[in-house]
Write a protein that binds this ligand. Structure first.
Ligand SMILES: Cc1cc2nc3c(=O)[nH]c(=O)nc-3n(C[C@H](O)[C@H](O)[C@H](O)COP(=O)(O)OP(=O)(O)OC[C@H]3O[C@@H](n4cnc5c(N)ncnc54)[C@H](O)[C@@H]3O)c2cc1C
Length: 359
């Protein structure tokens, strides 16, 4: 890692104590505005956004940053990842007028951006798309509703996927928050601070707001960076769970023995340690190959699934302490399910990776 990246990650470890303090509000469904402000003030938003708007640092730095945020506040890490993935996809395809208008503020975290593709009717494979964009008097009129969207009512800009009559492929448009409304809000199992819900779109935008006329190309970039990011979240949570469980079993005494002295507990510790190390290595491998979808998918598949197993084992050796909210494990267990679902479900990731293997 470069000296610059090293310093960035070291400073973030210090800052994460602040992030962790604010994270308690996540559980009450509070959007992590304070944490995002801290990350913006300390210039963490530009890390993985290409130059000239961002710092354009390597993907290894990005995953280290995400992992460190996730250990302290998973919901903050979730918003950070969805923002950085959307920012990269926007930067890859938007015209210069749009980029000049927004990219600097997006890169600095002054404007929060997200992508809204999912619709209740379409599901994981976008089987159906009902949001439409029609050209009327030189402007696009976009109408529809998106479901299960991160950051509703909190983000500044949304990248909306819509069907354009007679066009072969769905298009992606940039829409300002003033042109959308919040529909139904959902209570997630974990990641309770992400303001998750339905987005009702009723927007009239300039032709320039068309980002790309092929949503699959857009989703390729969004998904690759998003899935690298959610893998880093899962790894961060798993590492946090490991550290917490280790600390607990070393300190809890039953009579004259610590939990850590029991062989049954040690076997679980060894299994957890091995898996966490494997996750780290695979995450760095994916980061070093972040432009190759199959390598990102391998990491996503292994890490997001095994993070659940790691926390499950950490819960077994921490007894009622782990099951209660006196440790972070029960929260981690709920939070860590989200990375298996978004950008692409874990099952579809397996299907896509398999299709590259059998070509
Ligand atoms: C925390 C969170 C945040 C999210 N944020 C956003 C966001 O910001 N923007 C956004 O656009 N979306 C967002 N989503 C939506 C997410 O991308 C979808 O939940 C996901 O694509 C799955 O769609 P679905 O929930 O309708 O599942 P379904 O389509 O109902 O799928 C259910 C199950 O069936 C499987 N399945 C479906 N079709 C097939 C098939 N053809 N072959 C094999 N298996 C199949 C799936 O893999 C899954 O296991 C978010 C989701 C979560 C959980």
């Amino acid at each position: 890692m470069s000296e610059e990246s090293e310093i960035i990650v070291q400073n973030l470890i210090e800052l994460s104590k602040e992030l962790e303090k604010n994270a308690q509000k996540e559980e009450e469904g509070v959007f992590p505005r304070e944490n995002l402000k801290l990350l913006a003030e300390h210039e963490y938003f530009p890390v993985f956004i290409p130059k000239p708007y961002g710092m354009g640092l390597p993907a290894r730095t990005f995953v280290d940053v995400v992992k460190t945020i996730a250990k302290a506040s998973p919901s903050t890490a979730w918003i950070y990842v969805t923002h950085v993935a959307a920012a990269n996809a926007f930067n890859a395809f938007a015209n210069n007028t749009l980029k000049e208008k927004h990219m600097k503020d997006i890169a600095e975290g002054k404007l929060l951006i997200g992508a809204a593709g999912t619709e209740a009717v379409g599901g994981a494979i976008n089987a159906e798309l009902r949001t439409t964009a029609e050209l009327q008097n030189g402007k696009y009129v976009i109408k529809g509703s998106k479901s299960f969207i991160t950051g509703v009512g909190e983000l500044d800009l949304y990248l909306i996927i819509a069907k354009v009559p007679n066009a072969p492929k769905p298009h992606v448009f940039l829409v300002d928050k003033s042109q959308v409304k919040i529909g139904q809000k959902f209570t997630p199992m974990g990641m309770k601070g992400i303001s998750w819900g339905e987005l009702i779109v009723d927007a009239t935008v300039d032709k320039d707001n068309l980002v790309i006329d092929d949503s699959l190309k857009f989703l390729g970039v969004l998904g690759r960076i998003g899935m690298l990011g959610v893998s880093a979240i899962s790894y961060g949570i798993a590492e946090g769970a490991f550290e917490e469980a280790l600390n607990h079993v070393k300190n809890r005494k039953l009579g004259n023995n610590t939990l850590a002295s029991f062989e049954g507990v040690q076997i679980y510790l060894a299994e957890i340690a091995a898996k966490v190390e494997a996750m780290k290595q695979l995450l760095y491998h994916a980061a070093d190959n972040s432009d190759k979808m199959p390598e990102v998918l391998k990491a996503r598949i292994f890490i997001t699934e095994n993070a659940i197993d790691v926390i499950d084992k950490a819960l077994r050796i921490t007894g009622a302490h782990g099951y209660s909210n006196s440790l972070k494990l029960e929260k981690y267990y709920r939070d860590v399910r989200a990375p298996m679902l978004h950008f692409q479900t874990l099952e579809l990731s397996k299907k896509v990776l398999a299709s590259t293997l059998i070509q």
